[in-house]
Design a protein around this ligand. Structure first.
Ligand SMILES: [Zn+2]
Length: 129
């Protein structure tokens, strides 16, 4: 029997165990001086397994918050205004951008556009006169 080989998984397990504690100590500086047992105490858990579950739960909550935040940002950056072909209208977030597009379209396509504020207060749209 190869003793070294059979010990490997155990060793790995111990390393993983310390890894979580060490990560916690590194990320949460106010816990950096605590022993493994004190960290368990701090989180009101009795075992490493419970601690892992607790951390997983925190991660999920954080990820969900980030996702919601990103969705909110997307909503702010778009509106539901449609053009005559039922396509979403291009939204200009600044008036200057819209004015520059007016100049550009007039110069390159000889089409005169005017700007108007998005009814959803998201920015500005352009329309033909
Ligand atoms: Zn709009």
């Amino acid at each position: 029997m190869n003793l070294k080989k059979s010990l490997k998984p155990i060793k790995k397990k111990i390393q993983n165990k310390d890894k979580l504690y060490n990560t916690i100590r590194r990320v949460y500086t106010h816990l950096s001086e605590l022993s493994n047992e004190e960290i368990l105490d701090y989180y009101h858990v009795r075992s490493l397994k419970e601690l892992e579950m607790h951390i997983e739960h925190i991660k999920e909550v954080l990820q969900k918050q980030i996702k919601n935040y990103e969705e909110e940002l997307e909503q702010i950056a778009t509106c539901f205004c449609l053009d005559s072909s039922e396509n979403f209208k291009y939204l200009y977030s600044t008036k200057k951008e819209a004015e520059e597009q007016i100049k550009f379209t007039l110069k390159t396509k000889q089409i005169k556009l005017i700007l108007y504020p998005c009814p959803f207060h998201c920015g500005w749209h352009l329309t033909k006169i």
